[in-house]
Design a protein around this ligand. Sequence first.
Ligand code: OXT
Ligand code: ADP
Ligand code: MG
Length: 576
Amino acid sequence: MAEAAASKKPETEGEELTDGFNLIIDAMKLNGIETIYGVPGIPITDFGRMAQASGIRVLSFRHEQNAGYAAAIAGFLTKKPGICLTVSAPGFLNGLTALAHATTNCFPMILISGSSEREIVDLQQGDYEEMDQLAVAKTMCKAAYRVLHASDIGIGLARAIRAAVSGRPGGVYLDLPAKLFGQVMNAEKGKKSLVKVIDAAPAQIPAPAAVKRALDVLKSAKKPLIILGKGAAYAQADEAIKQLVEKSGIPFLPMSMAKGLLPDTHPQCAGAARSTVLKDSDVVLMIGARLNWLLSHGKGKSWGEAPKKFIQVDIEPREMDSNVEIAAPVVGDIGSCVAALLEGMGGSWTKAPSDWTGAVSAKREENVAKMAPRLMNNNSPMDYHGALGVLRTIVKERPDAILVNEGANTLDLTRGVIDMYKPRKRLDVGTWGVMGIGMGQAIAAAVETGKPVLCIEGDSAFGFSGMEVETICRYNLPVCIVIFNNDGIYRGTDQNKAGSDPATTVFVKGARYDKMMEAFGGVGVHATSPDELKRAVNAAMDSGKPTLINAAIDPAAGSESGRIGNLNPQSALKKK
Ligand code: OXT
Ligand code: ADP
Ligand code: MG
């Protein structure tokens, strides 16, 4: 039935007709949308079938949240809105977390949801999966639209695309009531109603005065620092950013998902001297990074006593002065801003003072040397460093692979230990530190880039999206999942002193996640030492077969909340 609808549009009395189903598909194709991530059901089941029949790749997930995280990261990787398709009310709500996450992280995404009939919803008469979805979505995203007439489908999708990718990218909601899909109209008129979005994210050129001000501040610096955020990775201005960094000679600190924009092994990389550069720098040039909690809001102990001046390059004017005074705001898209800064620097820019760059290098070498022996242990059960030591080499040997990473200790230690070599190869929990992104990101990374994916997952983190291993097997994606299994959240050693229930942070001891993969025809491996882990990961990356490696980590190895234990509130009344 779906195939017939896709290939042959309904016809009455000689007039060629089209309908909502076909118009949505045609509008998507006109705008280069090639992939949809979603979960089928009423009222979008046939739409999914028809989209697939028309050549759009439609990936069916086991839960909308994971489809949503896939769409969000597809947006980050491609600069085009990732599309997530859900059913009404509960499906929509399942997708909503990812939509909010996309907005928070500045990733372009469109959540398209079928919805129930307006007349019944608005009178609250109890329709199937009744909910005023538009009202709910509005507070969670950058923009939210509803299309009621087939003739508005073209405009509705165009608005959604433009809202998602222009200016600061973000999540957009598009509400499509069930009746819309079947609405019929004249095919010619329908075709004319479609809109191809021209220049969806127009360049935003910074004001020359702002560029000059920024360069004046930068020139005055004795201890300059560049912070690269995931906005810089998103912008795909890789070569210009490299030139700016190298021409200026300034140490750069990559935020987590900006690692690899320049290699972590670059002589100017200050990732391994983080505390030193934050504390001691006097001028900080931020490119596509926000002074939020991940940078201690630009103030306080981590930033030291010495006065600091910030230059901030960002597309969102309201980001300026959000936490501290910005001495030189440069508002525009990163490609245009960095090009303008480079031009303003001219041919004779004096490089950052060598006493400063030398001090940063010395600190970096010291920290790297301190870590090195810990990465070489072959202990069994493994600790994080022993396991990461071998994975670090594997990533070095396979710099095109995409690394997906979530957990607490698993996240923080992986970030520190594993060097990245190319842009947009590290995907993780982002601005919210959210667990559950793992399998969605892995699937989208494999689908959008065609590259192999290595997921390093805490056992708790994995549980949030673990059922999608079936999806990975079903689509036969080149994804290797390594679960750092320490029997729980942060550690597997907590005890409940008040009763027989397990403590709140612990899981089944010695769980065999590898068996889950085998259940769906993938490869499952139980690894108990770094050597075994290395062999299994290399085999998986060579074969491209869906693989899950249960890496047994010492349950006592982790610390509470990884590197952010300081954010846990403490009860003054807590009994010892
Ligand atoms: O300079 P100094 O001396 O300070 O040293 C720094 C670097 O210079 C140095 N360094 C290096 N040295 C040598 N060599 C190299 N290459 C090198 N690179 C760096 O190392 C130190 C540290 O560097 P780093 O990491 O850059 O610096 P720092 O200070 O840590 O940076 C600060 C931050 C804030 C930028 C950074 O820590 C950061 O990005 N943190 C992100 C943290 C985060 O987002 N965490 C996730 C959330 S935790 C918690 O909320 C969890 N939950 C609750 C929950 C969540 N999140 N979501 C949902 C939907 N529901 C519930 C749960 C359930 S985590 C969690 C599960 C946890 O259990 P798992 O089983 O999954 O995981 P395990 O813990 O493994 O058991
Ligand atoms: P990180 O977590 O890596 O520090 P954030 O998500 O906090 O990064 O910050 C990303 C910033 O990048 C946001 O303020 C966003 O407005 C900005 N941004 C995203 N894309 C662009 C772009 N193309 N040009 C300029 N700024 C951008
Ligand atoms: Mg754990």
